[in-house]
Design a protein around this ligand. Structure first.
Ligand code: ZN
Length: 170
């Protein structure tokens, strides 16, 4: 990440992080529905709702501050995806609650790191304060996921042994 210093950069990146978080949690919730794990499904739906609410708030701030949405090539993350996005390849059809929570944890930690770096490098007090709010919010999400992980031990190495695997098209 290079030189993100203005309010527009902060809001536009934050908006993208939230939008992708919504998608991620909806996907993870769908996975847990397949597993008949209604407790985790509820948690992921709740998080999706949370992040969606936040995305709306940020959108309003963007409109007020006249900040345009960024186009795909204009983001300044280290990789191709935003910090909170989950690699779709990591979502496995036999994914256990533990795996789903690990993905969520990774994404939330990366989102936190993004805003944390932002608040450290910002010199403008208003930007610092806003980045601070975002960072704290992500920190809460990390804590929520960690708390949930206490209930789900890491599965054995053979968690993905499937006696009847799906046939992949040639
Ligand atoms: Zn989050």
């Amino acid at each position: 990440m290079t030189n993100l210093t203005n309010i527009g950069d902060l809001l536009a990146h934050a908006y993208q992080i939230e939008i992708e978080a919504v998608e991620r949690y909806q996907m993870l919730a769908d996975q847990m529905e397949v597993h008949n794990n209604s407790e985790l499904e509820k948690l992921f739906r709740k998080l999706a709702y949370h992040e969606g609410q936040h995305a709306e708030e940020i959108r309003t701030q963007m409109t007020d501050a006249n900040v345009p949405e960024l186009k795909p090539g204009e983001f300044r993350w280290a990789g191709p995806d935003s910090p909170e996005a989950v690699d779709l390849g990591d979502i496995h059809y036999m994914m256990t609650p533990w795996h789903a929570l690990q993905l969520a944890l990774k994404a939330e930690q990366q989102a936190f790191a993004f805003f944390d770096e932002f608040r450290r490098s910002a010199s403008d007090p208003d930007i610092k304060r806003l980045a601070d709010e975002f960072a704290e919010e992500e920190e809460e999400h990390v804590a929520m996921v960690l708390k949930e992980l206490e209930k789900y031990p890491e599965p054995d190495d053979d968690w993905d042994d499937d006696p009847d695997p799906p046939v992949s098209p040639e």
